[in-house]
Design a protein around this ligand. Structure first.
Ligand SMILES: Cc1ncc(C[n+]2csc(CCOP(=O)(O)OP(=O)(O)O)c2C)c(N)n1
Ligand SMILES: [Mg+2]
Length: 349
């Protein structure tokens, strides 16, 4: 921890905080991320999004994950990491395409080097390691940052990915957002490991845990892990300890398995308030700048709202177009069946 929950530098933080510009950028990113979370929540209630797994309260992890990467690096997000994708520059409307039920991944992964949001737990991790391994074989200096949740660390894919990455010294940083729950399952029922960061040890991967609501500490730990991977020293596991302030998704009722007191306790450790308090106390942030950050966040919300509220006419052919470069005979047949069925429906109208 570099900044305590009241926004004061800790002993470790004195003299070793990231520079003011990085912290301001991080704060602006978190304010935009929170506004995006709020906006997406509203769009769900309006029936414009099918589902939204909110990262409200986890904005420091979301923004830091994007901020520590260079342009050519890759980010592998989960369904909860929409705000990280937005922070990396993916169009917010396209990011929500999948959750709206519009279109395959919703965005072009190659535009900002952000892999598709992955819903099956941990399956993105072996893919991330593959990309990192390929980069190493090609001699590029690409680093991959692969995100997953606390629950996902129980999945076989998590362990296989760590093992492969360690053996082949793949330039990948595994970033676990430990938000204390896997839907209704609390961490204590999920894992008996001393910490999730310990899970690297058996594979020969250094593990570090960090306060996931302390943007300064996250930038410090994650950027060191990324730099280390870039120099060829191999993978690292970082556990960010944070909290899922809202329900798992809009389809969940979190009051059935956790207390309001617990939520209140974590809300007091809010990542945005903490950094803002520090930056104001240091005279780095003033009202004009804070208003500009809020204005930019409002702009993201506005764009998101406008784009999601615009009805698109989906082309059913698209279901088949991007599955394989060369469609399989089965896909060709299925496409013909869909077209046939639709044309008959047209006939009945
Ligand atoms: C392979 C697989 N098994 C089960 C699920 C159902 N599922 C969706 S989210 C979730 C909990 C994941 O918890 P965690 O990894 O901590 O991520 P969080 O949702 O807290 O961000 C589960 C079990 C799934 N998506 N994929
Ligand atoms: Mg979790």
């Amino acid at each position: 921890m570099l900044l305590d929950p009241d926004g004061r530098p800790t002993a470790a933080g004195k003299g070793s905080l990231p520079d003011a510009e990085a912290l301001l950028r991080g704060l602006a990113g978190m304010i935009a991320a929170r506004r995006f979370n709020e906006q997406a929540g509203v769009l769900v209630r309006q029936g414009r999004l099918a589902v939204y797994p909110s990262s409200y309260g986890q904005e420091a992890c979301q923004v830091a994950a994007a901020q520590v990467l260079a342009d050519g690096d890759w980010l592998f997000p989960t369904y909860r990491d929409t705000a990280a994708a937005v922070a990396r520059g993916v169009d917010p409307v396209e990011v929500l395409g999948l959750l709206k039920g519009d279109w395959h991944s919703g965005y072009d992964p190659y535009e900002r080097n952000v892999a598709p949001l992955t819903t099956p737990l941990a399956t993105q991790l072996p893919h991330a390691v593959g990309v990192a391994h390929a980069a190493r074989l090609r001699g590029t200096r690409t680093v991959v940052l692969a995100m997953c949740g606390d629950g996902a660390t129980s999945e076989g894919d998590f362990h296989e990915a760590l093992n492969f990455a360690a053996v082949f010294r793949a330039p990948v940083v595994f970033f676990v957002q430990n938000n204390q729950y896997a839907i209704s399952v609390p961490l204590a029922r999920q894992s008996a490991a001393p910490s999730l960061a310990h899970k690297g040890v058996g594979y020969g991967i250094p593990g570090e845990h960090v306060d996931g609501n302390d943007l300064a500490a996250l930038l410090d730990v994650l950027s060191r892990a990324v730099d280390r991977a870039r120099t060829g020293a191999g993978p690292q596991l970082v556990e960010g300890r944070t909290y899922r302030i809202q329900a798992h998704t809009n389809a969940d009722d979190a009051t059935r398995y956790r207390s309001d007191d617990e939520v209140t306790e974590w809300a007091a450790k809010d990542p945005i308030a903490r950094l803002e308090t520090y930056l104001r106390a240091e005279g780095i942030l003033d009202d004009t700048r804070a208003a500009a950050f809020a204005g930019a966040a409002e702009e993201v919300a506005h764009r998101t709202r406008d784009g999601i509220n615009r009805d698109v006419e989906p082309n059913p052919d698209d279901l088949f177009r991007f599955v394989y470069a060369e469609p399989t005979p089965q896909l060709v047949e299925q496409l013909a069946m869909v077209r046939d069925e639709l044309s008959r429906e047209e006939g009945h109208r």
